[in-house]
Design a protein around this ligand. Sequence first.
Ligand SMILES: NC(=O)c1ccc[n+]([C@@H]2O[C@H](COP(=O)([O-])OP(=O)(O)OC[C@H]3O[C@@H](n4cnc5c(N)ncnc54)[C@H](O)[C@@H]3O)[C@@H](O)[C@H]2O)c1
Length: 360
Amino acid sequence: MSEKIKIGIIGTGGIARAHVSAYRKLPFVEIVAVADAIPGKSAEFKEREGLTEAAAYDSHTELLKADLDGVSICTPNVSHHRVSVDALRAGKNVLVEKPMSVTLAEAVEMAQASRESGKMLSIGFQPRYDPNMKLLQDIVQSGRLGNVYYVETGGGRRRGMPGGTFISKALAGAGAMADIGCYSLDMALNTLGYPRPVSVSAFTSNHFGTNPLYHPEASKFEVEDFGVAMVRFENDLVLQFKISWAMHMDSLGATLFLGTDAGLKVTPAGSGPWSGVWDGAIGSMTMFHDEFGGHTSTAVPLIGHKLNLFDEKVRDFAEAVRDGRPAPIPGEQILIQQAIIDGVLRSADLRREVSIELPQ
Ligand SMILES: NC(=O)c1ccc[n+]([C@@H]2O[C@H](COP(=O)([O-])OP(=O)(O)OC[C@H]3O[C@@H](n4cnc5c(N)ncnc54)[C@H](O)[C@@H]3O)[C@@H](O)[C@H]2O)c1
């Protein structure tokens, strides 16, 4: 394709700016349309961002009538499903922000719309672009740990609760589980080759979000700020998953892979009250193993890089559109973790273990 590819941005709130900034660094991309459901908001965004050539729309359906090769969907979680399905059916390639959706049924329909339209559906997990994520995957999949039978992942912010659309049940669908839990799940599941979950037992709470001492919008706080779950997989693997937007603790621990021959401890990069979760790069990796009849540990040398992970995710999507490649982070795969989030929310609601039924 020698011409520039034409991109539209749907949802012109906070994260849309990062998409615009990343596309702007790509000489083969032009942003030709922006849309927001709030009347006039996309026009203001277009002015502010200096997108003089772009058309501004007050609905995603109007934008989808335009001649576009792909769209970035930057709307709140609950609308990811509707907007993605509409975009795919309108023949546009889709990069949708994380989490993929709220329920499993939505994720299944999104993946189906992608298959039927022949257009790609890629989910926006930028931590995948840390080269150390690939290193982690290579170590685990090389068999160096033996049979991996237990994984613990997730993380916690000491104090890091968002507000606005993120705490509304009607717009976000879920809280910490969907907002930051999806990163931990993608990190662990991608490392393991996305095994198939069969059941989950979970608990969620919102002691911090609903307390005016801790959240300025406590009266509007409708989602969970903490969640913990035990997930069983088909191959006798279990995963313990815990996530927290706020807590009286410095950390919920590292991500651990326990294997029959070795174990691996992985910590996220960054520090401070909003850190401790997997929305960025790997900070350290240590392997625990026995050598010469004794216990020892090896610090895995990390790959140094200066990549902007967010820019990398947008670049990979845009290049895939240009080159006709498959989705870099396919919806077909991510629906497996969406099944876990769906199971967590159902189990927490019912206060018992629930089974996970994945489509064949
Ligand atoms: N990958 C990341 O690092 C990252 C970071 C922050 C947010 N996000 C994700 O991005 C999404 C948006 O987050 P945000 O912080 O930009 O939220 P936001 O509330 O700031 O912006 C969302 C915008 O979408 C608009 N909108 C809602 N429904 C729409 C529709 N049907 N059509 C068009 N516009 C619509 C809203 O009016 C709003 O302007 C969320 O799903 C969030 O999880 C990802």
